[in-house]
Ligand binder design. Structure first.
Ligand code: HEC
Ligand code: HEC
Ligand code: HEC
Length: 286
């Protein structure tokens, strides 16, 4: 699929945010190919180095590092993404610090008839709970010789609109090594895809699912749930660990599995607040 492009050399499974600087530093896509400093934008805590390089002007700092060769730029960044990348240190309010998103969302809003959109003053708090992730989890490309990080959103966020944008500006990521086709590499368009779905339309953001508010559960319901887990887990394991896959006593194995399901379900029910009634069981039985 990616013949002739760096992605054909090394492309791994993503992992947690704590690794984002290290994984970028050591990927063969950086070790074997020349990459620009632009890459850093989403892979380090960039706010302080950008502000320093730009003498207090975030965008100037961004431009300064974009054009630098990656190994040189890399030296100014020491930490993966941290709290200040998404929170104002004085108030802890959510904030957008990434120039790519500031400019991308402004272009998108302009296409919807809103001029001079400033995400940090004009977005609602709930919007911000998705926008903070959209700073990095998006499709992007490097524009022109300055290698400016650009989110291709000035026609909209749908794949058709993004494809049309690339057609119009005549952008190509690489030439396919086997066919010669001028091809494009899409990269993690989570924000764009999420925007097309029922969750975005219903106001459910990235943070609602990926970092939901937690409530402590303790006391008697928790004790009961843990006992049900212990019971169900052992019954399930008894069948899983026995090596005939149930053949040695099919009815007994089925009975044990049925009991396991029942204990585990009772454990879930034990944690339900009293005012939430249980859903009807399959087949309409009480
Ligand atoms: C500064 C850029 C940046 C921001 C902001 C960011 N991410 Fe990520 N995220 C990354 C990168 C880069 C990786 C891959 C890290 C790696 O594999 O080394 C990643 C990985 C992930 C993963 C997969 C790994 C895991 O831990 O399960 C999830 C899920 C994820 N991000 C969700 C989110 C959510 C939700 C938000 C918003 C609250 C968010 N991210 C904000 C850059 C970012
Ligand atoms: C617009 C933000 C952004 C930019 C710019 C960016 N990345 Fe990432 N990168 C991410 C996100 C988000 C993930 C996690 C999601 C995924 O892996 O699909 C990621 C994952 C990765 C990973 C781990 C998974 C893998 O692909 O092997 C590596 C390595 C990586 N990026 C290298 C780079 C390099 C090299 C560049 C510059 C050419 C770059 N990144 C530019 C946002 C970005
Ligand atoms: C309604 C809940 C929900 C919302 C909203 C949501 N996600 Fe997810 N996301 C999921 C689920 C569930 C998966 C796992 C899909 C699977 O692996 O089968 C997932 C997978 C991911 C992954 C890959 C994780 C991994 O470890 O491989 C990333 C990255 C991610 N989401 C980022 C985002 C971002 C960024 C947003 C907002 C723009 C978002 N998600 C919005 C539920 C949600």
């Amino acid at each position: 699929m990616w013949a002739g492009y760096a992605f054909a050399t090394d492309f791994r499974s993503k992992r947690g945010h704590a690794y984002l600087l290290a994984d970028q530093t050591f990927t063969e896509r950086v070790q074997q190919f020349k990459q620009p400093g632009t890459c850093i934008h989403c892979h380090a805590s960039v706010y302080v180095p950008y502000m320093k390089a730009g003498n207090g002007d975030l965008i100037k700092g961004f431009e300064y590092y974009n054009q630098m060769p990656y190994p040189e730029a890399r030296k100014s960044f020491t930490h993966p993404v941290v709290c200040i990348d998404r929170h104002a240190p004085d108030t802890m309010a959510l904030r957008i610090t990434r120039p790519g998103f500031l400019e991308g969302i402004r272009a998108l809003k302009a296409s919807e008839g809103v001029s001079d959109y400033d995400v940090n003053t004009m977005a609602s708090r709930q919007e911000m709970r998705g926008f903070v992730c959209g700073q990095c989890h998006v499709e992007y490309y490097f524009k022109g010789p300055e290698k400016r990080l650009t989110y291709p959103w000035s026609k909209g966020l749908k794949v058709d609109q993004i494809y049309e944008y690339y057609r119009e500006v005549g952008f190509t990521d690489w030439t396919h090594a086997e066919t010669g086709a001028p091809t494009l590499k899409a990269q993690h368009p989570e924000f764009e895809m999420w925007n097309q779905g029922i969750h975005a339309r219903s106001g459910v953001t990235c943070s609602d699912c990926h970092m939901p508010y937690m409530r402590g559960a303790s006391g008697p319901p928790m004790t009961a749930a843990l006992e049900f887990q212990r019971h169900g887990q052992f019954y399930l394991d008894f069948v899983e660990s026995e090596n005939s896959n149930g053949f040695h006593a099919p009815q007994e194995a089925t009975r044990i599995l049925g009991e396991a399901i029942d204990y585990l379900r009772q454990g879930q029910l034990a944690l339900r607040p009293a005012h939430v009634s249980a859903p009807p069981s399959p087949g309409g039985r009480p």
